[in-house]
Design a protein around this ligand. Structure first.
Ligand SMILES: *Cc1c(COP(=O)(O)O)cnc(C)c1O
Length: 379
């Protein structure tokens, strides 16, 4: 049916009506006093969301652009970097480091398994000459639904003293507690179409003083992606280039909605939705890719060789979009996104439609088991 489509994928995520209305306003001049006021409010609220006093810069890029900016502004050609790779995104950050001529070492784990924090400790402790310039970690690895132990890895980075930690928080920011100042995270990147409840097009990057010091000696050429320009403009509640003005109207509204809900409640809701989805999958006799103690609160990956049949029925019959697997997991998993503007009702609806789909496919399970398990987890 027209206009009944629902996105249960890990980005883009659904957008609240109030945000859609804000996006539809007539644009105003980006050098006007009125727009300056909006930037000022957005900046304060971004710092609130990021739990930081650092500047949070907004760039007209997707999440990948924010991550690339987060690497090329603080590092130099030939730098030795450690990149955690246990999924599609970690692999992408390693590729970017290679493209830019950095000495890139991948610390890998199977997709679905969290990165081994000990491997980072060993490498960092052995580096007595302080050659490692950065450690790049994907906090929530969306391709496999895994949450990596960023807090522990960051402790080893801090003990090393020299290396920066560069974090992909694209599906953890706004879904999981990420206290940037308390953990002392140097560079943290995210993107608008995930936890922010607005459409794609904006990338965000939090930068601390240590990273700004590294910026002074970084040797990569850059112009549009030069974060120094954004910092300078930001101090005057401005932007170096024309920002996506309507997306910023939407961001202003979305951040207000998030503030009304409160950080604690936002994190609790994502955890509840995750627990309900996982409980339902187990009750339906489906296999979860990630273990319980390393489950992403943004997306649940479920392993089944009927993944594409399930996605197809869910899409065609029930107008619910689920994500598929990427690379070697294509056709072997499907992923339920429960990130951003997602409520208990959205998850209950998805689980009951999933049960109907499994019935249609002749899957052998206890009828209503998934709905019962999800409902029990949502109290
Ligand atoms: C979506 C996502 C990104 C960014 O992807 P873009 O398509 O560039 O916005 C980066 N990392 C993770 C973990 C993601 O889920």
């Amino acid at each position: 049916m027209e206009d009944k489509h629902i996105l249960m994928i890990p980005g883009p995520t659904p957008v609240p009506e109030k945000v859609l209305s804000a996006l539809g306003k007539h644009p105003i001049g980006h050098r006007s006093g009125d727009f300056s006021k909006i930037i000022s409010e957005i900046n304060q609220n971004l710092q609130w969301l990021h739990q930081t006093k650092n500047e949070v810069l907004s760039l007209n890029v997707s999440g990948t652009g924010a991550m690339e900016a987060g690497m090329i502004n603080f590092l130099s050609p030939g730098d030795r970097v450690l990149v955690g790779v246990n999924g599609k995104f970690g692999d992408r950050w390693a590729q970017i480091c290679e493209v830019f001529g950095m000495q890139t070492e991948r610390i890998t784990a199977e997709w679905g398994i969290p990165l081994d924090t000990e491997e980072f400790r060993t490498k960092l402790e052995a580096d007595t000459n302080k050659e490692i310039k950065a450690v790049v970690i994907t906090h929530s690895e969306t391709s496999a639904g895994v949450l990596n132990d960023l807090e522990t890895i960051n402790k080893y980075v801090k003990a090393h003293g020299k290396a920066l930690i560069i974090v992909d928080a694209v599906t953890s920011l706004g879904a999981y507690n990420l206290p940037i100042d308390e953990w002392d995270l140097d560079v943290v990147a995210s993107g608008s179409q995930k936890g922010y409840m607005i459409p794609p097009g904006l990338g965000f990057i939090s930068v601390n003083d240590k990273a700004w010091q590294a910026y002074e000696t970084s040797k990569f050429p850059r112009f549009y992606m030069d974060l120094g320009k954004y910092k300078k403009a930001n101090a005057k509640n401005s932007t170096p280039f024309t920002p996506p003005i309507n997306l910023m109207f939407g961001l202003q509204t979305a951040l207000q909605i998030m503030q009304r809900e409160g950080l604690e409640n936002i994190f609790a809701r994502h955890l509840r939705l995750t627990n309900a989805t996982r409980a339902a999958a187990k009750a339906l006799g489906l296999d979860l890719l990630a273990p319980d103690d390393a489950a992403s609160t943004a997306v649940t990956a479920i392993a089944t060789d009927r993944a594409e049949d399930i996605r197809s029925i869910m899409r065609q019959k029930y107008d619910i979009a689920l994500a598929g697997g990427q690379d070697h997991l294509k056709g072997k998993i499907f992923r339920i996104g429960h990130l951003g503007f997602i409520s208990d009702r959205d998850v209950m609806m998805t689980i009951s439609c999933l049960e109907a789909t499994l019935l249609e496919l002749g899957h052998d399970f206890d009828a209503k088991a998934g709905v019962k398990a999800a409902a029990a987890a949502l109290v």
